[in-house]
Design a protein. Structure first.
Length: 731
């Protein structure tokens, strides 16, 4: 048996970083390899050779400068910046720096233990004109998170938690005494405690066992945990909420505008648990109408500085997963005190408008009210009234017999509001608003939360009626504060213009389907996007074009600097109408009352920070919701592995094509290596793959038949087998 050779020349870990740190400390001063070896505390020949070699490599990469033979330095340019690390699934990342136009590329060996979402300090060592500038992370300023979801792989004396997040490039090592009750193969939450200098992986401890991978509740709780989203309320928050006085008091009514005698009703989804908005309607003597948008007065109960407010702020939003809602507020508020249920008096915050026959606002009023909801409608019921112009609602769409009234006053109110809403919508479109009526995928679930069917949710007149009046309230509240002089700190829902490069890319894709875009100016862009979205309605490429168009748009966010809302074509816009499920709306209510009381402007820095937090939490919630849909789609397809499906090619990459099944919108991948009839090559310019021998082309938008090859619940990923093009299969 051959003896293992003893390693007498260990490799110096993190040598690049160590050398750069030494040179930076004395920027402008020159060092030779001996001086650097001395600073590192090494003096053997092997270490010196490693230093000499590394100095040459760093100089070749222009990370350091060789000023004379064997002498090196870093110029005191101090090209340091702070930003947020955005990791890719391929192991490298980009840092977004506010003051720089381009993101900075960070190669894997320059991450220096930073993770996705961390706030980091970077040193930019390679500024390029055409390609991405390159940099290195020099410091982790603030970890985005320290808790991660993964599956425990247990060895004899230790374990590794294999990460679920594809953007996590390392597993976490767990010592035996920090494994707790977890068993091999369990899905767990692991907390990272430290990452020792010479360790390949960070060290952590298991803080929660989620359950067996693949089981429904395990996976749903795993999705929430992956994004650091809460599940249950802390006991002390529940106790605080349960002790609130939610009764309607005469003393409080006297401080408010009493609108209990005005016809008021709600229109919501059939299965809604909370009703945070209601509409009131009355005809005025001058021929105009008064319409009130009444919103649950959450800020009456959720007071600044309380544990209830702190919890609501931390959550910032309700999270809507496929099978459940994780609310922002405890149930005693969200489903009871703040829910505008029929035949109950409620405290509300209202925007009341006088509108003429052409839907022009001729007068407005904002303030706290008390209201009484006369009726509750499901969207289906309101839609029936709009279509049939009467209230004899068929039993098959009624939620329950006492949920609506046949009162002619309500019928005429809904019909007049529908007429006004259509006028307001037409005006918006004329001003350049973009009409996104994207199809929503919904699942029919069994009692055990198994997906037994898929259906699509579309927006009809009743939905659009509610949407228009909510938009009106949001826009007018924002303009009321935004136009005041001197300027007041307020929270706006901002949406920037789309990026020119993304628009050009979208134009290239849709041209493959015979559609055109006019990118001449802002108005023509909006107009041609609307034409495009209308043209694809009901066509095979609709969902893909809708998705691509939404991706072209900038991301909406909350901010104190008003830039308007491009997608809605509003100069001023905020979120006022959903305080049960969005914390920014609670802040908007507080600020609006603050200014109605003639107080000074609030501190901008404080609210800007709160806006940033709310935008971040909204983004996490959206990702969790998307993952829960993907999980349910994979679960649904597991039971259909023997079936053949017609789909449309929704994406083309160098390693495969994405196919979206037309009947249920589930998307999966056909890998190039799995297509057996030929060797296919990626044609990037034409969004296609081409067979080398047969010249068979599969292009973006083509209809193809597929079967399910693999439905991986843990990775939430579908793999398909390609049967062939629709034309070939149906010959």
């Amino acid at each position: 048996m051959r003896k293992k050779k003893k390693n007498t020349s260990p490799k110096i870990s993190n040598l690049s970083k160590s050398i750069i740190d030494i040179l930076r400390k004395d920027a402008g001063k020159t060092f030779n390899y001996k001086q650097i070896a001395s600073k590192l505390g090494v003096d053997d020949a092997s270490s010196r050779n490693q230093i000499i070699k590394k100095l040459a490599q760093l100089a070749a990469k222009k990370q350091i400068e060789q000023v004379d033979r064997g002498k090196f330095k870093i110029e005191d340019k101090r090209d340091y910046h702070r930003g947020i690390l955005d990791m890719t699934t391929k192991g490298f990342g980009y840092v977004m720096v506010d003051e720089l136009e381009d993101d900075i590329f960070i190669p894997p060996n320059s991450l220096n233990k930073a993770f996705n979402g961390d706030e980091v300090e970077i040193y930019i060592y390679n500024r390029r004109r055409k390609k991405k500038s390159e940099g290195e992370i020099t410091k982790i300023v603030k970890r985005k998170r320290t808790e991660f979801v993964g599956v425990l792989q247990l060895k004899k004396d230790f374990g590794f938690v294999v990460m679920e997040d594809p953007k996590m490039y390392t597993d976490i090592f767990v010592q035996r005494n920090k494994i707790g009750e977890a068993k091999d193969g369990d899905k767990v939450i692991v907390e990272m405690e430290e990452w020792p200098e010479k360790a390949d992986s960070p060290f952590g401890k298991i803080i929660k066992v989620l359950g067996t991978p693949g089981e429904h509740h395990t996976e749903i709780h795993g999705i929430l945990a992956q994004y650091g989203l809460p599940h249950d309320f802390p006991a002390e928050v529940e106790a605080y909420a349960n002790e609130l006085d939610t009764s309607i008091q005469e003393s409080e009514i006297k401080k408010r505008r009493d609108m209990r005698d005005v016809l008021t009703f709600t229109i919501d989804p059939k299965d809604a648990k909370d009703f945070d908005d209601a509409l009131s309607f009355r005809e005025l003597d001058n021929g105009n109408v008064e319409i009130g948008i009444h919103i649950a007065d959450v800020s009456h109960y959720v007071k600044p500085g309380t544990i209830l407010d702190e919890e609501a702020y931390e959550r910032a939003t309700s999270v809507y997963l496929v099978d459940r809602v994780v609310p922002m507020l405890p149930e005693v508020l969200s489903n009871n005190a703040c829910s505008l249920r029929p035949n109950e008096e409620k405290y509300t915050f209202s925007a009341v408008f006088e509108l003429d026959k052409k839907a022009n606002v001729v007068d407005q009023w904002f303030g706290r009210t008390v209201t009484y909801s006369d009726a509750r409608f499901a969207y289906e019921e309101a839609q029936h009234i709009i279509k049939s112009k009467q209230a004899n609602i068929p039993k098959d769409i009624s939620i329950k017999e006492d949920a609506y009234t046949t009162d002619e006053a309500i019928v005429s109110a809904i019909l007049e509001m529908d007429r006004l809403a259509k006028k307001m919508r037409a005006d918006r479109m004329r001003e350049g608003a973009i009409s996104f009526d994207k199809v929503e995928v919904k699942f029919q679930l069994s009692e055990e939360n198994e997906p037994v069917g898929v259906y699509f949710k579309t927006s009809e007149d009743a939905n659009k009626l509610i949407e228009e009046f909510m938009l009106l309230a949001n826009r007018k509240v924002a303009a009321f504060i935004g136009k005041q002089k001197p300027e007041k700190t307020f929270i706006y829902r901002c949406h920037d213009e789309p990026n020119d490069e993304k628009l050009a890319s979208l134009e290239k894709v849709v041209s493959k389907f015979g559609h055109k875009l006019d990118l001449k100016d802002r108005k023509s862009v909006s107009s041609s996007l609307n034409s495009l979205l209308a043209d694809v309605q009901g066509k095979k490429e609709q969902n893909m074009v809708d998705t691509l168009t939404i991706r072209t748009m900038s991301k909406a966010y909350y901010g104190t600097e008003n830039i308007g809302h491009y997608g809605l074509a509003f100069d001023y816009y905020t979120h006022f109408t959903s305080p049960i499920r969005r914390y920014p709306d609670v802040m908007v209510h507080r600020l609006l009352q603050h200014y109605l009381d003639k107080n000074e402007s609030a501190k901008q820095e404080e609210y800007e920070e709160k806006c940033h937090h709310s935008s971040e939490m909204e983004n996490l919630a959206t990702n969790a919701e998307r993952d829960s849909i993907k999980y349910m789609q994979v679960k649904f397809m597991q039971d259909h592995q023997d079936e053949q499906f017609l789909g449309v090619i929704s994406g083309v990459t160098e390693w495969g094509i994405f196919v979206e099944i037309e009947q249920n919108k589930c998307e999966g991948m056909v890998r190039l290596r799995d297509i057996n009839d030929d060797h296919y090559e990626y044609d990037e310019e034409n969004y296609a793959i081409v067979g080398k021998r047969t010249k068979q082309v599969y292009q973006l938008g083509d209809e193809v038949y597929v079967t399910v090859k693999n439905a991986d619940l843990l990775k939430r990923h579908l793999d398909f087998n390609l049967i062939g093009s629709r034309a070939d299969v149906e010959k």
